[in-house]
Ligand binder design. Sequence first.
Ligand code: SF4
Length: 294
Amino acid sequence: MYVVIFNNHIQLKSMSCAYGHCQPQPIPKAVNLFVKVTDCCNARCKFCSNGQSHSAISKFNHVKLWEVVDELRNKGIIINRINITGGEPSVASDTVNQILEKAASEPYHNIHLHLNTNGLLPASQEMMRLARWNSISMSLHHYDRSKLSEIYGVSLSDKALEFDNIDLQKVNASCNLVRGYIDNPAEVENMMKFAISLKLLRLGFVALMKVNDYCRERYVDFDEINFTYIPHLYFTESRNRGTDCKCSNYLYNHNGKILEVYMRNYANPNYCESSLLYDGQYLRQGFHDDNIIY
Ligand code: SF4
């Protein structure tokens, strides 16, 4: 479905994903608005889609952000949530704090605010402690601190995995499948047990997007990991959107403690229905094309 905002067309999902024997159902007009507050990061992951470009966004136009929010609402489009993302948002804490301040005021106080963070560095954890976040996505690509330091390209402190004073109940962790790290059923099982030990409720396994040579060399296909043979991992449903993306959902039971688990595989990295990205200067649809909406 196409909708016009700021005199430009944006593409929205009109039907839900297909799953099992259920046919896709009509859904209301809605978007996820991603707000990229910086390209910079305090980590140096080799699979980063920012590549080597760790340049700061020089000036973040706050007025324009709230014009975008107003325009979407005025056009009857539901904002599922505003996702504050980067880079790593905590390296642009002034910008984030200014957004949070505005989001606490009328008529924005009821907007769902979501933080995307690497979650393991001191500044990242400080940001996770802020009460205004309705939900948080944190990357957690291994259960071993030294392996995590290798993956992040920075040394993590002894306390990184303690998550002091962080409400992990609102955190959804996501683990990239990377050859040499979490790349087989036994390691997937170790990750799930680790997530349960942290009292996380939800853990996702995500296939790398083939954005550079490292990702192509270290790519692990879901078919290589036979999830059906992992003990106490119970399949619940599979959803897919044609050839664009596929996800499978499971419940893992470890000594009576339950973890929601999902696997997500993007076959089409340019898939961007219902996703808008504001980078402090321009609003675009999706993450990869230069299609400026406003
Ligand atoms: S934490 Fe995220 S943004 Fe930072 S380098 Fe790693 S993948 Fe890139």
